[in-house]
Write a protein that binds this ligand. Structure first.
Ligand SMILES: [Zn+2]
Length: 256
């Protein structure tokens, strides 16, 4: 479900309910621009505390797990991670510390700095581990294709699934300068116009230009979300299929 009038904050562009209303989990895509300083490219963890970095390292190990024969167990997830690493763009990783249940966001991808030359955009992937831990898993959250997010997955595997979703947004948006520009123009500008049209008196209607822009923005957001959900499903399948192997490998190494 797409929230059509995400006006609560200037930078909230996409709010998609992922889970049951009881836990009202949402994924958010945010975009805004800000001044930035030079930084190395790839996934950057400098914004994590030492404790958060430990947890991130656990997720990283899962992403890069192989079958003992250099065959990746999660090629899609790993492929997206490696794409970011070599893209020349910067994607900060952050772990949301707020436990406000009202937001209940599992994860988000946002653009912090839009490089007009398209060479070095700066994005942020945020994960809310606490919200992911508490997420309801069941029929009520099934997607159109019957896929139930997180089904059968352990703690860290759930984080990896959400990471897969947000990495898919990052790759999708950063892949070409055109698509990043399109996101900026269609989404950010539309939101600015929408906000500057407020406050309006009751009964005032939006201009037809703004209405057209809004429907184009929503179409773009729905497309982005659909692709991220498809990638998330593939990541979930990889995590599910590798589970037996990983469990066996773990019990073998524990028994040594
Ligand atoms: Zn999303």
């Amino acid at each position: 479900m797409l929230s059509r009038h995400a006006m609560a904050a200037t930078f909230i562009l996409l709010q998609v309910s992922v889970f049951s209303p009881a836990f009202a989990q949402t994924g958010q895509l945010e975009l805004w621009t800000a001044a930035s300083s030079a930084a190395p490219s790839g996934l950057i963890t400098s914004r994590l505390s030492p404790k958060e970095l430990d947890r991130w390292k656990g997720i990283e190990r899962l992403v890069f797990a192989d079958n003992g024969n250099h065959q990746p167990l999660h090629p899609t997830l790993r492929g997206m991670w490696e794409w970011i690493e070599t893209s020349g763009h910067v994607v900060y990783v952050e772990i949301m510390r707020s436990k406000r249940s009202a937001t209940c966001t599992a994860g988000s991808f946002s653009i912090e700095y839009f490089d007009p030359k398209g060479e070095r955009h700066i994005g942020i992937i945020k994960l809310s581990l606490a919200n992911i831990d508490q997420a309801y898993v069941g029929e009520g959250t099934a997607r159109e294709n019957g896929f139930i997010p997180f089904e059968g997955l352990g703690k860290e595997e759930r984080y990896a699934e959400v990471l897969g979703h947000e990495l898919a947004h990052a790759v999708d948006i950063l892949t070409t300068p055109v698509s990043a520009k399109m996101v900026e123009v269609k989404i950010e500008k539309t939101n600015e116009m929408l906000l500057s049209a407020l406050p309006r008196r009751k009964g005032d209607s939006l201009s037809s230009e703004l209405k057209t822009r809004l429907s184009e923005r929503d179409k773009l957001l729905q497309g982005l979300e659909k692709r991220a959900e498809q990638m998330e499903y593939i990541v979930w399948r990889e995590l599910t299929e590798s589970k037996t192997f990983r469990d066996k490998a773990r019990s073998l190494s524990a028994g040594r």
